[in-house]
Design a protein around this ligand. Sequence first.
Ligand code: HAM
Length: 468
Amino acid sequence: MARELQPPQLLRGMKDILPSDQPYWWWIFDTARNLAECYGFDRIETPILEAASLFTRSVGDATDIVSKEMYTFTDKSGDNVSLRPEGTAGVTRAYIEHGMLNLPQPVKLWYFSPFFRHDRPQAGRYRQFWQFGFEVFGGQQAILEAQLILMARALYTSVGIETTLQINSIGDKTTRLQYAKALQAFLKSKKSELTDEQKITLQKNPLRLLDSKDPKIQELLVDAPQIIDSLDEVSQKHFQEVLGYLDELDVPFVLNPKLVRGLDYYNRTVFEFWAADDEGGQISLGGGGRYDTLVESLSGRPTPALGFAGGVERIILKLKEKQIPPRPIAAPEVFLAQLGDPARRKMLKLFEQLRSQGVRVAEAMTKDGIKQQLEVANKLGAHYTLIVGQKEMMDDTVLIRDMENGIQEEVPFNKVESELKKRLEKNRANGVTPVTGQVTLERLDKYKDDVPAEEEVPVPHDIDLDVE
Ligand code: HAM
C-alpha cells in the first residue's frame, strides 16, 4: 500500500519570515542601510555557497563554527563547498578577488544576508539566520574602531534597544599563543573538573573556555591570568586609544577580559553588544573586531581590517519581548473601488497611471461589492477612495471619498488625476500622514497563527453606495 505523504515541513532550526513580521525586517534593513550610507559604506552581497577552504583558512578549522556547525558537502562537480556560516570571510575574498586593494582605502562594505550554522536550535539561535554586517579594509587607526562601535550602537538605540558594549583586546598572534599556554598551565591542575569536550577545547583552542557559558568553568577561571596583562606594547597602546575615543564620545563600555570571540581571524580589539538585561551575554546581539591578518592569510596584500555584524532575528526577538512596535508600513494614499466589469477595466488603467506617477495606490479588484471594497480601503488605512459605480460610469465621473470624514465629491473622470493630486499635495505639505500604521499592520496580522483568517472589520462611515 502506498504510504500517505505528509505535508512538507520546515527543517529544524529554520524559520519562515511571515508577512506579519515584515515591518520589523524592513525597519532593521532601512536603519542599517541609512547608517551604512551615512558612514560611507557600499553594499556588497557575496554567494551563500563558497569553497569550504575559505572558512577553514579564515574562521579557523579548530573553531566550533567550522569544525562542528558548518554545513559542508561535496557538490556534483566534486568540489568541497560550505554554506557560509558568517560574512567576513566571503567579503574579504571578494575584496581580494576584485582588486579592491587598489581602490582608495579604506574600502567600506556592508551586507544584509542569511548565514547557516548547524547548532542546537533554541530561542534566538537558528540554523539559518540573518546578519547585517559592516567591514572596513585598509585602515589601522583606532578611530575606525570607535566609529564602527558608534555606528553599531546607533542601530540598536534607533530601534529602542538598550545595550551594553563589552570590549577587550586579544593582542597579536604571538600574545595569543603565549596566553593560550599560560591558560593551559593554569588549568592543568584543574583538568579533572573539566568535561571531555572542555578538555579537547583546552588542548585545541583554550581561549574559547574563557567565554564558555558553563558556570562551573567560570568558577575555575576566577583567578586565571588575563590576556590584557600579556598584550604587546603596540596592541596595548592601540587599545588605550580606542578606549580614549569611547570615553571622549561618552560611550559607556564594560572591559570584559573574558571576551575572546569564537573566530580565529581576530586580533587586538574585539567587542560585542549585549542587551542591557542580558548580563551573561547569553544571546549576544552583535559582535566584531579587528582582523588585520585575514587579507594576508587569504593570500592578499597585507591589509589591516575590522568589522562588525549584528543578528537580525535576535533584535526582533528583543523588540517583541520589550513590546516595541515596528515602524508602520506606509498605507496607500488612494484606493480604487468599482462596480461592474466596465468600471473595473477603467480602474485597472487608472491604477497603472497613478502608480507610475508615484502615488501609493491600492485595490481589491476581485471583490464585487462597493461595501466590501470600502472595508478593505479602510483596513489598509487609505486616505481617499475613488469610486466608480453604475451612475458614475454613465456620467463619466468618479467619486472622491475622503475616508477620514466620509465626504464624497463627484468630479469628471478626466479631471480625477489633477483633483487627486491637489489633495495629496496639500496633505503631504501639511504633513498629514495618510496612515495610521496600525491599520496597515492589521492586514499583516492575518498571517499570525492566532488570528482567525476571516476577520470582521467594522466600516466606520455610512456607506451610501451599498449596491452589491
Ligand atoms: P558572530 O558573533 O559569530 O560574528 O555573529 C554575529 C551575530 O550574529 C551574533 O552576535 C548574533 O547576534 C548573530 N548570530 C550568530 N549566530 C546566530 C544563530 N545561530 N542564530 C541567530 N543569530 C545568530 C560573526 O559572524 C562575525 N563575522 C562578525 C564580524 C564581522 N566580525 C568582523 N566583521
